[in-house]
Design a protein around this ligand. Structure first.
Ligand SMILES: NC(=O)c1ccc[n+]([C@@H]2O[C@H](COP(=O)([O-])OP(=O)(O)OC[C@H]3O[C@@H](n4cnc5c(N)ncnc54)[C@H](OP(=O)(O)O)[C@@H]3O)[C@@H](O)[C@H]2O)c1
Length: 306
């Protein structure tokens, strides 16, 4: 009997929230996982150096990989969106994606599949319309950032790679991301509702997201853009009400007016005031089944670990 070949997945930007959990998930499925990082490279631990700004990349990692997953990008919630911060958000994604696409064209490699992150922020504020993947990108900052990021990723096709792009929703995790500040507020007895609270939040449990990446590796028919979101988005109000209930319910639902959020956060207030009701139909049609289709299950699972 022959032993099945162990595939190597190379993560770019794999040391963050999604990448760390994805590494664990893929290793549990018997993949070997390498990571490109700007700090603390150590090839004996699978950590390879790159610096997209300086166009520096360790080709040894590329040569070993069968699959490339690109998650690299500075956080969009790290500070007010000044002109400088906006440049950092865009450049971190475009430089990284360009460097990878260029290297794959120049360096002999056996990579068959590239999975690139994007975000449902590409759609902008779309009220309560159900949004499928053929909707146009928004003209606002996030919409145009994601559009440029996806355009850069389309260059992977020039070297004949199967390209899957995941437009990721709000990732629910006990380790960080958008839930972390909300849980802090909940612990103080407040459940903040932003603006009128009617804006949709398209969320996904981090374990379902990791399963989706694995699906995109194994289902070779998958190609193109997919919304990486759960099947049941909730309005901000209903999401916060549910979160408060699951935390034993004494929290005060505090409505924070939109104008105040705009004063506090500036243009970045779009992160909490804009809503997108993204559809998960396409990924389900590709054969994906959710472990956490309902927000109540997803949140309970996370709160149990918190
Ligand atoms: N979490 C979410 O809810 C969510 C939702 C939609 C989309 N996404 C997207 O999915 C990707 C991964 O998300 P995440 O939550 O895991 O992000 P994260 O925790 O902030 O991690 C991002 C990774 O990108 C790398 N990075 C940061 N700046 C970089 C730069 N200038 N050049 C190259 N690499 C850089 C970092 O790696 P090193 O420091 O090791 O180099 C870091 O590990 C991001 O691009 C994000 O926009 C996330």
């Amino acid at each position: 009997m022959t032993t099945p070949e162990i595939k190597t997945v190379l993560l770019a930007g794999g040391s963050g929230l999604i990448g760390s959990r994805l590494k664990e998930h893929l290793e549990s499925k018997n993949y070997r996982v390498l990571n490109f990082t700007r700090k603390g490279a150590d090839p004996t631990k699978g950590l390879y150096h790159w610096d997209p700004e300086k166009k520096v990349i360790d080709e040894a990692a590329i040569k070993q990989a069968d699959i490339l997953i690109n998650l690299a990008g500075t956080s969009i919630a790290d500070g007010r969106w000044t002109a400088r911060q906006k440049r950092k958000i865009i450049n971190s994604r475009i430089f990284a994606t360009d460097l990878l696409a260029h290297t794959l064209q120049q360096v002999p490699n056996k990579i068959t599949t590239v999975i690139n992150a994007s975000a449902i922020g590409i759609y902008g504020n779309t009220d309560n319309r159900i949004i499928r993947e053929d909707n146009y990108p928004a003209t606002d900052f996030l919409g145009q950032t994601c559009k440029r990021w996806e355009d850069a990723a389309s260059n992977f096709k020039k070297s004949g790679k199967r390209l899957v792009i995941f437009r990721i929703g709000l990732v629910l995790s006990e380790d960080g991301g958008f839930l972390k500040p909300l849980l802090k507020a909940i612990q103080l007895g407040i459940a903040p509702v932003f603006g009128n609270g009617e804006q949709y939040q398209s969320w996904i449990h981090i374990d379902d997201l990791c399963k989706m990446f694995n699906k995109a590796i194994t289902n070779e028919k998958m190609e193109g853009v997919y919304n990486a979101v759960g099947p049941c988005p909730l309005s901000n109000y209903n999401f916060m009400k549910l979160l408060a209930q699951l935390k034993e319910g004494n929290q005060f639902l505090l409505k924070i007016p939109a104008f105040l959020m705009k004063i506090i956060m500036g243009e970045m207030s779009a992160l909490v005031l804009d809503g997108t009701r993204a559809s998960s139909k396409k990924i389900e049609e590709a054969g994906f089944t959710f472990t956490y289709p309902q927000a109540s299950h997803a949140l309970r699972n996370i709160l149990d670990k918190y």
